[in-house]
Design a protein around this ligand. Structure first.
Ligand SMILES: [Zn+2]
Length: 299
């Protein structure tokens, strides 16, 4: 099997010339105090599964002032959350990920691209067509970001042992017509030292069994349930492979799809896995120091 290996470092250091010695010393003292401050207050990664109604939007903050946004929920839903969680002076997102081009995932990314500078964009190679998908594509082209097609082997390194690695699709979708945008969702692992969280977009049982069969390393401490807790996702085999200690479900109150399905909820309860639903708990936040994690909810 051919694996594309592409590492995108997001924490490049810049060389400093020797004649900058005095300035360097001052900067070092300043950096040391900043670093001590950072260790006390900012050595944590926070993964916020945002309460955006029926859709997905996950905002990650990490040491080094890096921010990642995974999907943007329905139109207009992500920006108020992102602006509340970002420092007011910071208008740059390091990475925006679009799991797949349905409007409950990319709708809210459109105004994110309009209002923030985005350095990197990770997306699938889609042939899905809709007015929202066309507008999203237009803005992606206009953003000036480094755009990368999500395929297994693509990995972003944020420094401090923090990374995001794509595990699905296993091969490039370039030139392959999309039969089912949900099943073409990007699946990826976010890792901070020993703590791993698996993101599945709206992937369903076909994608889940492809990952299990391919023997991809998808063990994770925390799982973002596929497709808003639909009955067609979070299958018993997939759960047994991922073996999460907690499952987060992004879902809108009283949605017309009946998400999450009671069978999915029973599966989790039966396996003794705690789950957190945004429709019941509001924003759900995972906080980790890289060794362990805790989950807090808005309500
Ligand atoms: Zn969805």
């Amino acid at each position: 099997m051919h694996i594309i290996e592409k590492i995108v470092p997001l924490h490049e250091s810049h060389p400093v010339r020797a004649w900058h010695g005095v300035l360097l010393l001052i900067l070092l003292v300043f950096a040391f105090s900043l670093n001590a401050w950072a260790k006390n207050t900012k050595g944590l990664v926070r993964i916020h599964v945002l309460d955006v109604g029926q859709g997905d939007a996950i905002f990650i903050t990490m040491p080094g002032d890096h921010q990642v946004l995974i999907d943007g929920g329905p139109p207009g839903s992500a920006v108020p959350h992102v602006s509340a969680l970002m420092p007011s002076w910071d208008r740059t997102l390091d990475l925006v990920v679009a799991s797949h081009p349905h409007s409950d995932h990319i709708g809210g990314l459109i105004d994110v691209l309009e209002q923030y500078e985005v350095t990197h964009i990770l997306k699938g190679f889609e042939s899905y067509d809709s007015a929202t998908a066309r507008e999203w594509e237009r803005l992606v082209q206009a953003e000036g970001a480094v755009v990368t097609e999500g395929v297994a082997g693509v990995r972003y390194d944020f420094g401090a042992s923090i990374s995001l690695s794509v595990v699905f699709p296993i091969n490039s979708r370039s030139g392959v017509p999309s039969k089912d945008a949900n099943e073409d969702s990007l699946v990826f692992l976010f890792q901070y030292e020993h703590v791993r969280m698996l993101f599945t977009g709206d992937a369903e049982q076909g994608t889940e069994s492809a990952l299990v069969l391919a023997e991809e390393d998808i063990r994770a401490d925390i799982l973002k349930a596929g497709h808003h807790g639909s009955i067609t996702s979070t299958t018993p085999t997939f759960l047994a492979t991922v073996r999460p200690q907690a499952v987060l479900i992004s879902v809108g109150q009283g949605n017309r799809y009946g998400h999450p399905h009671p069978v999915t909820i029973d599966r989790l309860a039966g396996a003794g896995i705690p789950y957190y639903r945004t429709d019941q708990r509001g924003n759900v936040t995972v906080t980790s120091d890289g060794r362990s994690f805790s989950i807090t909810t808005e309500r």
